[in-house]
Design a protein around this ligand. Sequence first.
Ligand code: AMP
Length: 308
Amino acid sequence: MATKNGSLQPLLVVGSIAFDSVKTPLGTAKKVIGGSSVYFSSAARFFASVKMIGVVGTDFPQSHLDDLKKLGIDTSGIVTHRGKTFHWKGFYEGDMNQAHTLKTDLNVFAQFRPVLSASDRNHEHVFLANIDPNLQMSVLKQVAKPRWIACDTMNYWIESQKSALLDVLKHVDISFMNDAEIRQLSGHSNLLRAARWVMKLGPSIVIVKKGEHGVLCVWKNRVFLFPAYLLEDVIDPTGAGDSFAGGFLGYLSRHKNAGEKEIKNALAHGAIVASFNVQSFGNERLAKLSQEEITSRYGFYKKMISLV
Ligand code: AMP
């Protein structure tokens, strides 16, 4: 576990910390803890020593922060501002591959400008989780010499802050987007063309998430396709992308080289932790997850994708 192993690499994340209200074909959840950086951190903690940067409102229960701390996540970079916590309301239907947003209340995130401490600035691994690209950029400018920076985004920011997002992508090593988002941003309906278009902006690894169909990863002149770990009991796909990124980047941060073997294993670990995440609303399943369960499911996954 991340909390017990001093050798884990530090990983800094900025992103949304939210109340989510979600409806899926299997149920409804009102104002459960969510947000891109919560899902990311709940997954990445198994592989890295995670520090969250973000803001919550005065309505955010201290018990939620305590629960994150109990998972071994460093929450000292989360500040409380007067006002309401970010709130996202959405629903999924059919194959649940697409989130439909009903409401995005930025609330305290609208005015938030993070100031990194001296030690935060020295982080080598940084994840700019889904949030306003201007805020992602302000974190990016404060980190001194990162080994790699990764970022994620979504349609909301592609529509409202496209040029700021393109600026962020110029400084990023690894990009995450889902299929609809990368098509929307690049204007290419062919996913390989869309990924190559993003690569030209800056990232050397482009990951396209395709819901239950897994991910496409483009690196140098190579293309990797990894399936999702399929389950019959998908309760809520919210956070699947963020927890995938947590598994992927957490795994990668443990390796000095990011070659084919490491990238493929990182993709597999992303798929595994994301598969646990979709088995509950909020981060409930991830919060209960054990290293043993990850290892066991990884064994099944390897057999599932192996040719022999
Ligand atoms: P995903 O991994 O794409 O399913 O991310 C789901 C999370 O994104 C939810 O927990 C939401 O709180 C969060 N979210 C939704 N809209 C936004 C937004 N515009 N900016 C930042 N985070 C968001």
